[in-house]
Design a protein around this ligand. Structure first.
Ligand SMILES: [Zn+2]
Length: 188
């Protein structure tokens, strides 16, 4: 398994609309998803989209059931990994859920984002099989956050211009100082 480089905002790859996967899920894409998962566990994240590792394809991985703890190995974190290729929202609830989101591409920054509480998503799984999932709670939040990445949208784009500017300035400072000992919540 290979640990991939995670691209940080404002890198242009994070602003690009990712291409759909055509011709099904190949062994090469499965290897990419395995590497993404390993990278996600190593970085203490619960979700990762392909553009975040510089691959502009509509692929994401997540595992929202990881035990908490900074010293856990990737193997100890692996609980219930999920793989989504060409995910599409087919239905969303009117009810919203607010979650304090973070992002591996916007390190050290968090903000409350409101998104539909429930979504129905269709996608291809690890084995290229068509699937549909009715997601709610953290899974719904995480899926929508990662799917935004496929359209070049970051969680900060859901904030007011003022809030976003403040956050991006803090990110710049954070990246410079490269602080490591921050209190962490779930990073998507
Ligand atoms: Zn993210």
């Amino acid at each position: 398994m290979t640990i991939l480089q995670i691209y940080v905002a404002p890198h242009p790859v994070l602003k690009k609309k990712a291409e759909p996967v055509t011709g099904g899920v190949t062994a090469g894409l499965r290897k990419l998803m395995d590497d993404m998962l390993e990278t996600m566990y190593t970085s203490d994240g619960i979700g990762l989209a392909a553009p975040q590792v510089g691959v502009s394809k509509r692929i994401l991985v997540l595992d929202i059931h990881q035990p908490k703890g900074d010293t856990l190995t990737p193997a100890e974190r692996r609980t219930k990994p999920q793989f989504f290729v060409n995910p599409e929202i087919v239905q969303s609830s009117q009810d919203l859920r607010i979650y304090n989101e973070g992002c591996l591409s916007v390190p050290g920054q968090y903000a409350d984002v409101a998104r539909p509480d429930k979504v129905r998503v269709k996608y291809l799984d690890y084995y290229s099989k068509e699937q549909e999932v009715e997601a709610d709670g953290l899974l719904a939040t995480c899926l929508q956050h990662e799917m935004d990445h496929l359209d070049g949208i970051l969680f900060v784009d859901h904030l007011s211009t003022l809030k976003r500017d403040i956050l991006m300035r803090k990110l710049k400072k954070f990246t410079k100082e490269n602080e490591e000992d921050l209190e962490k919540t779930h990073v998507l």
